[in-house]
Design a protein around this ligand. Structure first.
Ligand code: HEC
Length: 96
């Protein structure tokens, strides 16, 4: 197999691994509230996220870190870092 093909495969495998970690974090911390209709914006539901996204990523990150009304500080993920929250917010707010 040519080397370029192998490195493409490796890149794809590590992307899957990264998504696996993100999915596990999402399921452990965010899904309980964001995975069903509730006061929390519903994952994958564009309408719920439109006004949230309009605030800009910095505000969303701040509210995730500090909490906002029914949204607990750090979203019940005390070991999440800024990049984890960015990835989770992108994942949750992407329409599907
Ligand atoms: C205990 C329930 C709960 C959990 C767990 C939770 N959320 Fe939330 N989240 C909410 C609620 C409720 C809101 C809506 C708050 C409001 O605007 O009144 C919200 C809103 C948000 C918003 C929008 C904030 C804004 O500025 O409009 C983001 C982003 C968010 N959550 C991210 C996350 C992430 C990431 C996780 C997991 C790490 C998470 N949440 C876990 C309940 C939860």
């Amino acid at each position: 197999m040519p080397l370029s093909r192998i490195s493409r495969l490796v890149a794809r495998v590590s992307l899957v691994a990264a998504l696996g970690t993100l999915a596990a974090t999402y399921e452990r911390s965010c899904m309980a509230c964001h995975g069903m209709r509730s006061a929390a914006p519903l994952t994958g539901h564009a309408e719920s996220w439109r006004p949230r996204l309009a605030q800009g990523m910095d505000t969303l990150l701040q509210h995730t870190r500090e909490g906002l009304r029914g949204m607990p500080a750090m979203g019940l993920c005390p070991d999440c870092g800024e990049q984890d929250f960015r990835d989770l917010i992108t994942f949750m707010s992407t329409p599907r």
